[in-house]
Ligand binder design. Structure first.
Ligand SMILES: [Zn+2]
Length: 250
């Protein structure tokens, strides 16, 4: 514990040496541009690997950087970041050598976390054909790390928080990245969530208003309705005449 407190004192001194107003400015509030959703792995600290400073990046971390639609913790962070802080960019950051991803790829029990890892097993099922084509196990796991990040970015796009934000000006951009611990480099996976558009009839939580009818089509529909109406009137009149005739004959 002493190590932590001493480290903190040294850090405070170094900040103040750079800017005597550093902590006073930070205490005035936060306006981060980024939301970082990353793995809890101690080797992947969001601010350090992106060179961002305190105040620039709102952060949520869990094992294997998952965006689980029933995770109230993640959803609360996401809603606050999008609707209150109005972050401009959301980063889902995975990393090669992720223990969570490797555990999910094994057919072993790991205790409580097995339920959490089921979310990654679903990613494996979705992309099984591609993964089975990769014979080298390390390469297959690296690809699974990437596919997992891509699916988590898509999961963001499935939330009503992001869908609502996209109906307004300047919605946050969604990005998926993978961090290579062995070289320290972040790679952009260039995830495009527009491929979800073909499933919008399934995932959209916003009912689109019906498009207004073309004026010519509208006129034709009106004409058909009038014809049906007058046809109905003629039939009614014919029936009434038949009934009257029947009564008179009786
Ligand atoms: Zn990890």
């Amino acid at each position: 514990m002493q190590h932590i407190l001493e480290g903190n004192r040294r850090w405070v001194e170094s900040r103040l040496a750079e800017d005597p107003e550093y902590f006073h400015k930070l205490s005035q509030g936060q306006k981060p541009r980024y939301l970082f959703i990353g793995c809890s792995d101690s080797r992947v600290p969001g601010s350090a690997i992106t060179g961002t400073k305190p105040g620039e990046m709102f952060t949520h971390r869990n094992i294997a950087n998952l965006v689980v639609p029933t995770d109230m913790n993640m959803l609360s962070v996401l809603q606050y970041a999008v609707e209150v802080l109005k972050v401009e960019v959301i980063l889902v950051v995975g990393h090669y050598g992720c223990g969570g991803v490797a555990a999910a790829a094994s057919n072993k029990q790991h205790g409580l976390i097995d339920s959490w890892l089921t979310n990654i097993r679903d990613v494996i099922r979705l992309h099984e054909t591609e993964l089975l084509r990769i014979h080298d196990e390390d390469q297959r796991l690296r690809r699974l790390v990437e596919l997992n990040v891509m699916e988590q970015v898509r999961n963001l796009a499935k939330t009503n928080i992001i869908q609502n934000a996209r109906t307004k000006p300047n919605p946050p951009q969604l990005h998926g990245l993978v961090y290579d611990i062995s070289e320290g480099i972040l790679h952009d996976l260039e995830v495009d969530t527009r491929d979800l558009d073909e499933f919008s009839h399934i995932y959209s939580t916003i009912s689109k208003p019906a498009a207004p009818l073309d004026p010519q089509v509208q006129a034709e529909v009106q004409q058909q309705l009038q014809q049906q109406h007058s046809k109905g009137k003629k039939q009614e009149a014919a029936q009434a005449t038949e009934q009257n005739e029947a009564k008179q004959t009786a």
